[in-house]
Structure formats: C-alpha cells, structure tokens
Write a protein that binds this ligand. Structure first.
Ligand SMILES: Cc1cc2nc3c(=O)[nH]c(=O)nc-3n(C[C@H](O)[C@H](O)[C@H](O)COP(=O)(O)O)c2cc1C
Length: 215
C-alpha cells in the first residue's frame, strides 16, 4: 500500500461524528480556504451546482441555530458551522448561468452548448424530474457534504454531519425565504475535545465484502 493509500484510510478511520468540540479552537484561515475550495470543487449532475453553502461563525447566530438543531452543542462550540442549501427550483436562468460559465471557462460559443442546454431543459424543466427537483437538488447537496467531510478528515479537521435540525427554522433565522435556496443539512467543523468519548468508539460498519459485489 502506498503512503497516500494508508494516509487516506487512516484519515477516514480516524474521522467520526464529533459530539464535543473544543470551543476555544478555531480553524485557521489557510486551512479554511482549502476546505472552501473543496466545497466549490464538488461535482454535480450536469455541473449545475444547485447549491449554496452558508458558513456561520457568528456566536449569536450559532446560538440561535443550536436552539433549532435538537439543542446539539456542536452547533455552538464548533469553529465553522456549514449549512448546505439546495436550490428550490431550477429555471432556465440556472441553465443560462451554467452555459455562460462554461463559455467563460472553456472559450467555447454559447451556440455550441445549445444542444446541452436543450437536454437539460427536457430533463429538469419540462421532464418528469421537474416534479422532484428539490429532491434532485438535495441529492447534489449531499455530494458536497461527503466531499467536505472527507476533505476535513484529510486535513485533521473534525466534523459532525447533522440532519438533526429544523430546516424551516434555519431558513427563517438565516433569512432564506424567497431566496431560491433552502436548508437541507449542516456540518459543524472544528476540533474535538480530548474528552469526547465518541472518538475512540470502534467503527460500526458492515464488511466491504458484504456491501460490494463484483460481477
Ligand atoms: C446525513 C447525516 C446526518 C447525521 N445527523 C446527525 C445528527 O444530527 N447528530 C449527530 O450527533 N450525528 C449525526 N450523524 C452522525 C451519524 O450518526 C454517524 O455518522 C454514524 O453513526 C457513523 O458514525 P461515525 O460518523 O462516527 O463513523 C449524521 C450522519 C449523517 C451522514
């Protein structure tokens, strides 16, 4: 096994859903910038990036959010509380935004992307998936959650993926009504307290041989 392989597995085995953060330890700016880039690099279906990420560091906001997160202390004691938002609708403007970004990044013409856009319209705006667009966007957001969790683990930053929250209350507190984005899940990030007993619990995972079938 190469060093990179063993480092990766050690990081993934070492990560755990942190229950107790050290409230005095903050993620430094350089480390946070890497995590921010990791979030922005997340892939998505069609490349549409139907999301936004709110990073809450304000003690007052964290306190309000803790109250609507099953009173979980991680929300208040973490360094950066990352809230994952999904687009509530997909409109032609979303597709045009992606087309414009592709033109800018790859130096191609808008016309050359007309078929691609047409395909997205047929699928996401006019097709049956349009009925379930929030669920589709939410699926994309969870890819970002996974990528950020793995990235944090590799950098030695602890986190606790969190669905134990009231999304509508988050939307209200964060002023998201009418923004086109809605709260789906959160990931408080920071550094564990040495006394967090969850850090040393054995992992409960089914064997890869039970989960992965080769054909
Ligand atoms: C999407 C998601 C939501 C979760 N929500 C919570 C939560 O609200 N509070 C909590 O303490 N743990 C939460 N967890 C943590 C899981 O219980 C934990 O990841 C799982 O038991 C595996 O343990 P490990 O992450 O420590 O390896 C969540 C995990 C995921 C992936």
């Amino acid at each position: 096994m190469t060093t990179a392989s063993s480092d990766l597995l050690a990081a993934l085995r070492g990560r755990y859903a942190t229950k107790a953060f050290d409230p005095t330890r903050k993620i430094d700016a350089a480390t946070w910038e890497v995590l921010a880039q990791s979030l922005a690099l997340t892939p998505s279906s069609y490349g549409l990036q139907p999301w936004k990420f709110l990073v809450v560091t304000s003690p007052d906001l964290k306190k309000q959010l803790r109250a609507v997160s099953w009173n979980q202390a991680q929300v208040e004691d973490c360094s950066h509380h990352v809230v994952f938002l999904a687009r509530t609708t997909i409109t032609e403007a979303d597709l045009d935004r992606l087309v414009a970004a592709t033109v800018a990044a790859r130096g191609v013409t808008t016309e050359s992307l007309a078929m691609y856009k047409g395909f997205m319209v047929k699928d996401l705006i006019a097709g049956p998936r349009a009925q379930h667009i929030q669920a589709w966007a939410t699926n994309q957001v969870y890819i970002a959650l996974g990528q950020l969790m793995a990235s944090a683990a590799l950098l030695g930053v602890d986190g606790c993926p969190m669905e134990g929250l009231d999304p509508a209350a988050y939307d209200r507190i964060l002023g998201l009504e009418g923004s086109g984005y809605a709260t789906k899940v959160a990931l408080p990030l920071g550094y564990r307290l040495a006394t967090d007993k969850y850090a040393t619990l054995p992992k409960v995972r089914y064997a890869a041989s039970e989960l992965i079938e080769y054909r």
